[in-house]
Design a protein around this ligand. Structure first.
Ligand code: GSH
Length: 243
């Protein structure tokens, strides 16, 4: 029985490759993992991919004949199917699950929108972008304050153990420079970003789809490629065609 992972080199995609590598680090025996790179230049709309992921976005997995979409649902599924400290299955589960939902409902959309307005949206004027940019920048800072509050109490978001909530949140917060979201005024958040990055499983997970010397940096060529791909996603050309 294999585990098929449909992903790409993006924050939501890396959540799953990091999770797989962290499960390996935790000593879990996984089935053969089959990583499939999905080109976000349009492959996400192909009938084959939509049959697996009706929402037309990576990541998605197929395990044991079951297709699952939504990165945080996948983290929960993998955490429950392959038990490890990454998702406790006793009462402490409820220390973690709300923070996984928090990431999915807050950090992902807000950081994602801040990134889109900062780097990708190219069919709106600076004036049109000003209000959403301010709103997403302010809300990002509020969310960083919430994260900081958790890290003031313990080493990781939900306690002293590294969990799926850290994986989900870190994969977005680590891209703070790319999204131009200043975390430098939050030393605890900065420390956590570095501490998580130093984990061998994380190191291997974020290397997916990226040249070895560009894991934490963007070359000019990769910046241009991301801008182009991101612009078509942020401006939703596929939906415009239907209008
Ligand atoms: N809520 C979804 C968001 C997934 C998502 O936005 N994926 C992006 C890449 S990070 C994507 O596939 N974009 C392609 C598109 O929007 O067409 C999740 O957490 O899985």
């Amino acid at each position: 029985m294999s585990l098929d992972v449909y992903t790409a080199a993006t924050p939501n995609g890396w959540k799953i490759t990091v999770m797989i590598e962290e499960l390996v680090e935790a000593g879990v025996e996984l089935p053969a993992v089959n990583l499939q790179s999905v080109s976000l230049g349009g492959e996400q709309f192909s009938p084959e991919f939509v049959a697996i992921c009706p929402n037309q976005k990576i990541p998605a997995i197929v395990h044991d004949g079951r297709a699952i979409m939504e990165s945080c649902a996948i983290l929960q599924y993998l955490g429950e199917t392959f038990p490890s400290p990454l998702l406790p299955l006793d009462g402490r589960r409820w220390d973690v699950i709300p923070w996984l939902y928090w990431q999915a409902a807050n950090i992902g959309p807000i950081f994602g929108n801040k990134l889109s307005y900062t780097r990708y949206i190219n069919d709106a004027s600076e004036e049109q972008k000003a209000h959403p940019l301010t709103r997403f920048a302010k809300e990002s800072q509020r969310l960083l304050g919430v994260l900081d509050g958790q890290l003031a109490q313990h080493a990781y978001i939900c306690g002293e153990e590294f969990t799926v909530a850290d994986i989900a949140t870190w994969c977005w917060v680590r891209s703070w420079k790319w999204a131009k979201i200043d975390i430098t005024r939050k030393p605890r958040v900065m420390d956590w970003v570095r501490r998580v990055r130093a984990r061998p499983g994380v190191e291997r997970g974020v290397a997916f789809g990226v040249p070895t010397d560009e894991v934490d940096k963007f070359s000019a060529e990769r910046r241009a490629r991301y801008r182009q791909g991101g612009a078509s996603i942020a401006s939703n050309w596929a939906l415009k065609d239907d209008a």
